[in-house]
Design a protein around this ligand. Structure first.
Ligand code: ARG
Length: 465
């Protein structure tokens, strides 16, 4: 029998029950539901709304129910949702006393509370994985401050950079992701319990006490907002989407770099797959899957935003759709971060090929122009002359660093023999020591800085990494 059956004259249809139930996915909320119910029950007793002895009985039984579920002796089934399951089981075990738990509470504030508690833990899990990935990236970067490769714009060779510089760029992205998750945590960590169905309650409850028991920093200030708000879930999904986007960009580069045309890297066999027909193939499936799953993570965000669009206040059953989106994005992002962190250190880096490519594509042309500027020529004019030098090289099938001082001089008398040094790969990279630039000393500073900011961020958020 349903816990709300009093007003009904007949049972709901089986297919309506199947359609209505959230139990197959919200059973994940079980530990949070029990913890929140215990806190609620203690508060009810402290406020004199139920007797201490009843509260003790309820709390003790709730803990036993949890134990039985965890040990597998009690199976979560045959209920509309996890909240109904736990309450029905409580009543089954202790009868009328159990029926007191739902005083001054509704499933509307209950589900919002459980969901927020779940997402608090999700944020912790994801940020922990993010810090692991940042650490892996900084470790690799520290070993590759001298590894040159082409930097691209429009996927055309632009200026040479180092692999350390490139990976440190990703550290910045993943650190921003961590910051975003921690920031989102602040808005998750607000307690809706006590909002009741929507309008508050006539009982003298103490919402701040419940919040303190459950570790919530604040309570929702408006009960209608408390039960209607799913901004925190949308925000969580957005944080997941952005992290996925960053992962997918890194994956795309790794996939390109592993192709025969680039040959910059080789994936380890342990993170590659073969083809069922072409014996020679070694495919970067892990990176492709991470890239591909980004679509679903974006989809979850759009799905929830669309579900919430135009919803009137306060609770509507549409909101039950919030959980699958969040659970799926959480799991997907955690899996992707996990595999990326494991796979990256095993990627073999072909320094020779990276260097060869870095020298191509006239990626030192800007340095020729800069040379002339430093000799007093306006930049536009220097750009024009350098363009002519590039054209000359293309027509004569050569490269800038193979030109003689005399050949340079034929384009401008400002050239002297030290132009030959200025266009060498080491100097092209080493010279870019402006803040944020690709020179070794500067990239080392960036690495130190990003690591220090990561430590500080995690420490400020109470996490040891
Ligand atoms: N299973 C529901 C959900 O996930 C719980 C809240 C139900 N509240 C209600 N008034 N029907 O949203």
């Amino acid at each position: 029998m349903k816990l709300w059956s009093g007003r009904f004259e007949k049972q709901s249809d089986g297919i309506a029950d199947d359609f209505n139930t959230s139990l197959p996915f919200d059973k994940k909320l079980m530990p949070y539901d029990i913890e929140a119910s215990i806190a609620h029950c203690k508060m009810l007793a402290a406020c004199g709304i139920i007797a201490d002895s009843d509260a003790d009985k309820i709390c003790e039984t709730l803990l036993l129910i949890k134990q039985d579920i965890l040990s597998g002796t009690l199976i979560i089934e045959n209920a509309e949702d996890i909240h109904m399951f736990v309450e029905a089981e409580l009543i089954k075990r202790i009868g009328d006393i159990g029926k007191k738990l739902h005083t001054a509470r509704s499933r509307n504030d209950q589900v919002a509370t459980d969901f927020r508690m779940y997402l608090r833990d999700s944020v912790i899990k994801i940020t922990q994985k993010l810090s692991g990935l940042i650490t892996v990236l900084t470790d690799i970067a520290n070993r590759h401050t001298d590894t040159a490769l082409p930097g691209y714009t429009h996927l055309q060779k632009a200026q040479p950079v180092t692999l350390a510089h490139h990976y440190t760029a990703y550290c910045e992205m993943f650190l921003r992701d961590s910051e975003r998750f921690f920031d989102c945590y602040k808005r998750i960590n607000v307690l809706p319990l006590g909002s009741c169905a929507l309008a508050g309650t006539t009982y003298p409850i103490d919402r701040k006490m419940t919040a303190a028991l459950l570790g919530f920093k604040q309570v929702c200030n408006n009960s209608m907002d408390g039960v209607s708000d799913r901004d925190f879930a949308a925000e969580f999904l957005f944080c997941c989407a952005l992290t996925s986007m960053h992962l997918s960009r890194l994956c795309e580069e790794l996939i390109l770099w592993s192709s025969g045309e680039f040959s910059f890297i080789e994936f380890d066999d342990a993170y590659s797959t073969g083809s069922s027909i072409m014996p020679q193939k070694k495919n970067p499936d892990m990176a492709e899957l991470i890239r591909g799953k980004t679509g679903r993570v974006y989809g979850n965000l759009i799905a929830l935003l669309t579900t919430l669009k135009s919803l009137p206040l306060a609770y509507n059953k549409d909101m039950q759709e919030d959980k699958q989106a969040a659970f799926d994005s959480e799991e997907t992002v955690l899996n992707c971060l996990n595999i990326m962190q494991a796979m990256l250190p095993s990627v073999r880096i072909n320094k020779a090929e990276m260097k060869r490519a870095a020298k191509g594509g006239f990626s030192n042309a800007t340095d020729v122009a800069d040379y002339l500027v430093k000799k007093g020529m306006p930049f536009r004019q220097a750009h024009e002359i350098t363009g002519r030098i590039v054209l000359y090289c293309i027509k004569n099938n050569t490269v800038i660093e193979k030109l003689s001082t005399e050949q340079f001089k034929s384009f401008s008398d400002k050239f002297e023999s030290n132009i030959l040094n200025a266009v060498k790969l080491e100097n092209v990279i080493g010279g870019r020591n402006s803040l944020g630039g690709t020179a070794k000393s500067e990239v080392k500073r960036q690495l130190k800085d990003v690591t220090a900011r990561m430590r500080k961020l995690y420490k400020n958020n109470g996490l040891i990494i």
